[in-house]
Design a protein. Structure first.
Ligand code: GLY
Length: 390
């Protein structure tokens, strides 16, 4: 188990707004070190975390030019095994990283050339990426379409994000933390955060305020709403994702398979129990939580194009959620322009991947340690613009 201690300031009272994987990971990390942590969320674990496929996939998620995201993703992927082992230790619930390496597949010569460029790009950045012929790829993953033009194998993993979030809540409580089913907003007095105020009916104190030395805003795409009292704007916007869950036989698929079909990207993530996650759309359409017929059609069509036998799987669930996206595709994590107010949001498509790094970064800030390597570019202050300038 990883040993943790509080910094020179001693145990702090920390209020965390948001109980998705980011808020809960920060809260657990802080409570384990000895801080007194209260998390507020009217509906814990039901936002973007609920939808997430759970890929720990830094190399396949970072596009060309997203080197800072790749570095942060690689740093966080290295933290995941210890994070999962500590969580298993604290809860007795096994949190397993499924070793379902990612297979990036190409259906035609153009896509195959793009894969060659992607491999070169990854090799230059020190990542392992193995080029496969279509025959070799089909030997490893028998269900792949015979139309395959080529493939790449990446040593990535995946977790069940719902299980992780639920274990985080248990582990937090185990370490003396509290989760309140209310929404709240930071209380700021003379440029310093002094606590959180309830926005709901059920509340723990008669004054409606919980005093805190540090307030962490980790409320996903809703984070800007919680910063409305501040004189700084934080440009986080909702990015809609629609995603499906199918049921197939356990072991029918051994790899996460990702490809592009008719210009649309699709991924298929298998779990050991036979669940298969098919995702996901990325739609800049504001606060729209509808599951649309077109998205379900396209996701199924594209997944079956890559893996024809998926046509026999059972369609179990379709979900739409909003990811918190930023203009530079990097999260905003760390101190803001207000003393004691820390932001941990904007994780876009990478909330699950980046949860351990984010928790480490937030706790390093609160305990006065240097930030972990790979996290230098995530500083929240880069996107905090005085409102009069927006
Ligand atoms: N991490 C993949 C997605 O958000 O769709």
């Amino acid at each position: 188990m990883t040993a943790l201690t509080v910094g020179a300031k001693g145990p702090q009272r920390v209020a965390v707004l948001g109980a998705g994987i980011i808020g809960l990971a920060c809260a657990w990390r802080l409570a384990r070190a000895g801080h007194r942590v209260t998390v507020l969320d009217p509906s814990a674990r039901t936002g973007a975390t609920y939808a997430a496929a759970g890929m720990i996939a830094p190399a396949s998620e970072a596009a060309f030019g997203q080197d800072a995201l790749l570095a942060a993703g690689l740093a966080s992927a290295r933290l995941w095994p210890t994070f999962a082992a500590d969580l298993t230790h604290d809860t007795g619930r096994p949190i397993e990283l499924t070793p379902c390496a990612t297979m990036l597949v190409a259906l035609d010569a153009d896509d195959d050339n793009a894969l060659t460029r992607h491999v070169r790009h990854l090799h230059r950045r020190g990542c392992t990426a193995e080029r496969l012929t279509s025959r070799a790829a089909r030997r490893l993953e028998a269900g792949l379409t015979p139309r395959l033009a080529g493939a790449v194998l990446l040593h990535e993993t995946a977790v069940d994000a719902r299980k992780v979030a639920s274990a985080l809540e248990v582990a937090l409580v185990e370490h003396g933390g509290t989760v309140l089913a209310v929404s709240g907003e930071p209380v700021v007095h003379e440029g310093t955060a002094t606590g959180v105020r309830s926005l709901g009916e059920r509340w723990a104190t008669t004054s409606g305020v919980i005093d805190a030395d540090v307030v962490v805003v980790a409320a996903g795409w809703r984070s800007p709403q919680m910063l409305s009292a501040l004189d700084h704007a934080v440009p986080i916007r909702p990015l809609k994702g629609q995603i499906l869950r199918l049921r197939s036989s356990p072991g029918a698929l051994g790899h996460t398979v990702r490809g592009t079909v008719r210009g649309r990207e699709v991924y298929v993530v298998p779990r050991p129990d036979g669940e298969v996650v098919v995702g996901a759309t990325s739609e800049d359409v504001g606060e729209d939580l509808r599951v649309t017929a077109g998205a379900v059609h396209d996701l199924l069509h594209d997944a079956i194009e890559l893996l024809p036998e998926l046509a026999e799987a059972t369609l179990v669930e379709s979900t739409a959620r909003l990811r918190p996206a930023t203009s530079d595709n990097l999260p905003v994590v760390g101190p803001t322009c207000v003393d004691g107010l820390v932001l941990a949001s904007g994780h876009g498509r990478d909330g699950i991947l980046l949860a351990p790094l984010t928790a480490e970064l937030v706790s390093a800030h609160i305990d006065g340690r240097p930030p972990p390597s790979g996290a230098e570019t995530l500083a929240a202050q880069r996107l905090c613009t005085p409102k009069e300038l927006t």
